[in-house]
Structure formats: structure tokens, C-alpha cells
Design a protein around this ligand. Structure first.
Ligand code: NAD
Ligand code: ZN
Length: 259
């Protein structure tokens, strides 16, 4: 179903009211929030998976078997994109909500660091980061930008292959991030779910946990997702940047108007 502009306006007003009335607002973000920063998502329109097979490239077994291939097919280009990408209005909107006390924590599935670049301070990186790489042999860490022009696969001074510090398919979520995300998801009373296809587990389960603990779920996505008809209380169908611009404007307006 498409949403007319009057309908979107009304949903945004209702969502803003929920945010202002809440004690603990959390966001769960996915690749879609960074599309307007020029970073393609995996699924959905223009998604990378239309061009490459995830099991072939983003699985840890594929990486360990042929790291040069995975660096060439995915990591190098993604790394170059991320090094020069800038946050968009959706990242800025979340950072602004945190600044005014209306956003406790952002749980992100993204590895692009754009929430932190926008100024969000409480960010849980559920799938790690592409900002750094680590040596498979000696575990020494360094910035990914050091190795984007090297022969593939890039290697540490010790000769070991370097890997990005993200979570590949087939790997465990870092324990600290997993526990922290579960705790904030269970404690929030409003969760904003932005730009995620909600198909990657256990990240998608964070929104289910929030709902089970009676949080109001506000979803922003270009398309419907498995959450839209089941757990989302409000669905704002539109691009993340524009939608967050409208939502933060509505929050600002209501805060200025007072209780
Ligand atoms: P996904 O690729 O599975 O789905 C992207 C979702 O974003 C889709 O539902 C799509 O409809 C929506 N979308 C696309 N453009 C949008 C826009 N402008 N505004 C709002 N929504 C938009 O993403 P996922 O659910 O995050 O899962 C993919 C996994 O891939 C993640 O775990 C993440 O680690 C990784 N990934 C990260 C990045 C990044 O860091 N920027 C990019 C690609 C993939
Ligand atoms: Zn090393």
C-alpha cells in the first residue's frame, strides 16, 4: 500500500508523540539508513545481492578458503566506499535526538561508522566494523584505509592475512555487543527500526524482544518487511533521510510547544 503525504504526516505526528512521551527510546538500524550516503544495501532495490552471491562472498568459510577473492569481490570496494562516505539526515536525526535526551542507544547492524560520524555517542555495533582490519595470525589491528591499495589479500607485517573487523555470515555476534543490545532492546519503551530488511538474525530478534516487552515499534523503510504487518505499530514508508528529517522536526515542534 502506498501512503499519501497526509497519511505520512499523521503517522509522523503520532510517532513523534510516542517518542516524546517515552522514557527510553532505542533505534535499530540496518543498511537502508546508509543508502542515501551512497552505500548499497544487501537486499532490496539496488542491493548487492542482486550482483553477488552472499554465501560465496560474505560467509566466513568463503573468506578463509579464498581471502583474495572475497577482498576483490566485496571488501576492497566496500572499504573504499566507507572511507569516503558521510552521514545523511537519518544519522544526523538520531544524533540530534540523543543530544536532546530523546534517544538512549543506537543498535546498528551497519559496519560503516556513520552513526558515530554524525555524533551519536551510544552506539552498539552488532556486526562489528569495517573501520579496522585485524591480522588472522598475530591479531594486530590497523585502519582499513592502510590496505585498500595493497596486493590482495592485504597482509600484516608478520605475513598473516588481514580481515575486516566485521561479523561474517557464519560467525558469532561479539558477546559484549550481543548482551548490550539485548539489554537495551528489552528495556526500551519505543524502538525506531530504520532501513533493515529484518531478515538477518539474531539482529532482527532485537525488535521482537522490544515488542515482547511492550515497546512501541516505529518502522521506517522504503518497502514492507516481515515486521511491518506483525510487530510494527507505525510504518513510515519512505526514504530514511527524509522521514527522519520530518520526524525530528515534529519532535522539535512538540518539545517547543511543551506538555
Ligand atoms: P538489508 O540489505 O538486508 O536490507 C536493507 C533494507 O533497507 C531493505 O529493507 C530496504 O527496503 C531498505 N532501504 C533501502 N534503501 C532505503 C532508504 N533510502 N531508506 C529506508 N530504507 C531503505 O540490510 P540489513 O537488514 O541491515 O542486513 C544486511 C546486513 O548487511 C547487515 O547486517 C549489515 O551488517 C550488512 N551491511 C551493512 C552495510 C553498511 O554498513 N552500510 C551495507 C550493506 C550491508
Ligand atoms: Zn600479523
Amino acid at each position: 500500500m502506498t501512503q499519501g503525504s497526509k497519511m505520512v504526516e499523521s503517522i509522523i505526528r503520532q510517532a513523534a508523540k510516542k517518542i516524546i512521551g517515552a522514557n527510553n527510546v532505542v533505534a535499530l538500524t540496518g543498511a537502508g539508513i546508509s543508502v542515501e550516503s551512497g552505500i548499497p544495501p544487501f537486499r532490496g532495490k539496488g542491493g548487492l545481492w542482486a550482483k553477488i552471491d552472499p554465501v560465496e562472498v560474505a560467509h566466513i568459510d568463503a573468506f578463509l578458503e579464498n581471502p583474495a577473492k572475497v577482498w576483490r569481490l566485496l571488501i576492497r570496494d566496500m572499504g573504499r566506499l566507507l572511507v569516503s562516505a558521510a552521514p545523511n539526515d537519518a544519522h544526523h536525526g538520531l544524533a540530534e535526538l540523543e543530544k536532546v535526551g530523546c534517544m538512549a542507544t543506537v543498535i546498528t547492524q551497519n559496519v560503516d561508522g556513520l552513526h558515530q560520524a554524525a555524533g551519536s555517542r551510544r552506539v552498539i555495533e552488532f556486526h562489528g566494523t569495517f573501520a579496522t582490519v585485524s591480522c588472522l595470525q598475530c591479531h594486530l589491528q590497523q585502519p582499513i584505509k592502510n590496505c585498500l591499495t595493497a596486493d590482495m589479500p592485504p597482509r600484516c607485517d608478520c605475513g598473516g592475512v588481514l580481515r575486516p573487523d566485521c561479523v561474517f555470515f557464519g560467525e558469532m555476534i561479539p558477546t559484549a555487543a550481543f548482551h548490550a543490545a539485548q539489554a537495551v532492546a528489552a528495556a526500551c519503551d519505543v524502538m525506531l527500526v530504520i532501513g533493515t530488511s529484518a531478515t538477518v538474525e539474531p539482529a532482527a530478534h532485537m525488535s521482537v524482544m522490544a515488542k515482547q516487552n511492550r515497546a512501541v515499534i516505529i518502522e521506517i523503510n522504503l518497502e514492507s518487511t516481515p515486521l511491518s504487518d506483525s510487530i510494527s505499530d507505525y510504518m513510515i514508508k519512505g526514504p530514511a533521510g527524509e522521514s527522519m528529517r520530518q520526524l525530528t522536526a515534529a519532535v522539535d515542534q512538540m518539545r517547543a510547544a511543551g506538555p
